[in-house]
Ligand binder design. Sequence first.
Ligand code: HEC
Ligand SMILES: [Cu+2]
Length: 353
Amino acid sequence: MRLFWSQKSRLLAILIISLTFFALTGCAGTPQDILRAYSPAAAEIANLFNILFWVSVAVFVLVEGLLVFFVLRYQRRAQDEHPEQYHGNTRLEVTWTLVPALILAVVFALTIQTMGQVGPTNPPAQGIPITVAGQRWWWSIEYPEAKVRTAGILHMPTGQVMNVALHSENVIHSFWVPSLMGKTDVMPGHDNSTWIYGNIPGTYSGQCTEYCGTQHANMLFRVKVQSPEEFQAWLQSQTAPAVEPAPGSLEATGKEIFLNPNNKCIGCHSIESTDAPLQDGPNLAHFASRECFAGCIYENNRDNLTRWLENPEAMKPGNLMAKALMTLRPETPYHPLTADQVAALTAYLESLK
Ligand code: HEC
Ligand SMILES: [Cu+2]
């Protein structure tokens, strides 16, 4: 026991424990895992990764094994011992140049093949065109044919390709749904394109993967792969005009506050989804039908929405809405709305099914 706690062992124990923690944080329940593939494209990428991984393992074991072998087998055994000198073994040198070159050539060929299969500009078929815009720090999703605009959740039917145009009017973002498709940059001034195809219904998490400012890490989204019937029903529901609150209700007061230009909301948000232009804030049509908000980091419920409207800066520090509303009530810049206004707005927004 005493031996175990010698200083060296203690250091070793600390090292092992901290490495274990690092390893464990790697599995902390994140569903953003390219090795858990839920689409043919993601499977191609995962497959390539696996091949490269095992090729690397083989090379590592071979090289390190030889290294250890030579260190042990040919170590100096006496003070005056000198190694035998070799100069140039052509056969050996050609071999260890050719073998790695061959391995790299194979890896290169496999990579090019996979890139062709999942290439952003080579969708397997024409499907439903959508435009996804990277905003700070949330995603706008537009279905131009249905004239529907929403935010944070990309709905798509099983068995159909979604042809995605990627648009930005601010900085560079990157569109990534690890379980369904690889990354594509979202560039200002140049619309890139990609596609996604899913045949297993479910909800998949997506993420911006190009640093785009303060809240880059909280620029998430979800992809909902649904049956074609469910998808059509959803799309149809989004084209309905906004629900009109009953006169005199709290919701009606909320709508008034929302539409009052002094409160600035309508400068950045629309409550009609159809044909609405891209704005600085998420489209709020049918907001209550969405399950998350603010870059999909909060579940959409009354509590979270109230807290968002009370103090958006605390909920997502540096977000552009908090910045813009700071001047509404200069005496309390981080609480831009009164409690009454918050209650009315919450009631109104939660009624926008
Ligand atoms: C400068 C433009 C701007 C103004 C003005 C503004 N917002 Fe926002 N709003 C945003 C942005 C940007 C987000 C998303 C922030 C993020 O996720 O980083 C947002 C998010 C929201 C959300 C969550 C929606 C979602 O899907 O993420 C609600 C609800 C909302 N705003 C309501 C309001 C209300 C009510 C007002 C008026 C009191 C208002 N906003 C004023 C820009 C604005
Ligand atoms: Cu981004």
